[in-house]
Write a protein that binds this ligand. Sequence first.
Ligand SMILES: *Cc1c(COP(=O)(O)O)cnc(C)c1O
Length: 387
Amino acid sequence: MTVECRSSHLLAVYARRDVPFVSGHGCYLIDETGRSFLDFGSGIGVNALGYGHPAIEAAVARALGSGLVHTSNLYRTAAGEALAEHLSAASFAEAVFFCNSGTEATEAAIKFARRTRGGRARTDIVAARGSFHGRTTGALALTDRPAWAEPFAPLLPGARFIDLGDREPLAAIDPERTAALIVEPVQGEGGVVPVDASVLAALRQWCDETGVLLVFDEVQCGLGRTGTLFAYQQTGVTPDILLLAKPLAGGLPMGAVLVNERVAAAIRPGDHASTFGGGPLVSAVALAVLNTIDQPAFLAQVGERGRVVANRLQDLVRTRPRVRTIRGRGLMWGVVVEGDAGNIVTRAYEAGLLLLTARRDVVRLLPPLVISADDLERGLALLREVV
Ligand SMILES: *Cc1c(COP(=O)(O)O)cnc(C)c1O
């Protein structure tokens, strides 16, 4: 039986497909009519381990067995400390702050950067054209979507945008007014755009010369998505602050802000807080996710699968006139098409394949990182049929 899912009492901020999913297994979702869908969207980059992954189920069961879903940040949390330790050991970070979403990670980074930069004058934040950093009034100010921002102006003041394609993107920026520069090493919502390592290196150099903090938003491209634990590790450029969220806690809400020694030294008790941030349940699940992803064999397999995707998509560029170009790293790909990518996503849905868009003309692929070679080929064949 199909139940209409108009959800009339949910605030109408989302356009949703009609038929709800009732279960998931591996890389497949089952809807209430019994149809199964191969998921190349991972719940927008969240379900890196797919559905029903044993490591996540075991971590949830163990954490619930202790009775501690939440204790508050008035007390120490062993799982949160272990998670911070793992993230620090695996990165440049000296310390980690936990929150509950990517947007909150952006907001925390704004405050941490301002605090670290001291004086009240150095408050501007510079973001890149094509950026996405979240939807609250701070994060949205740093997101390059004027149509989303305009109805809600004024947003956070002091947001400036640079074009990373410019020869000297920072020429007009006054570092003495600036706290931080925020960039996604691979832009997600902006169309799956990997930023050249040479461009990131130039930003790093400018930040080193001026004292402005370099923030990498790896909410979408981090945690194994590009074939290394962090996307920055493929660029030779290290940020001062790194943002994580989407896949971090296996579908439970969690964000993290990783900071280097300089930032950690500037932050004082009371500077920021989150009631739910880093609680026992989400931290235990995130630790299980991280232990699964941060394995050489796991990451090597993401790279391997990514090369298959690149090859198959190159075929599309050669054989399908509507496909203009492809961009991506690891298992994060954009297929730039002529016309509306949404039509392709709808046709794929009808054929049993879940895809995403990014802007109007990009079909975005974010399959679960655990996808098998067979499922990957199957999804790529379906994609081929619908473009
Ligand atoms: C999704 C996303 C965010 C916002 O995360 P939410 O959890 O939706 O608040 C921020 N930055 C990037 C790069 C994202 O992809």
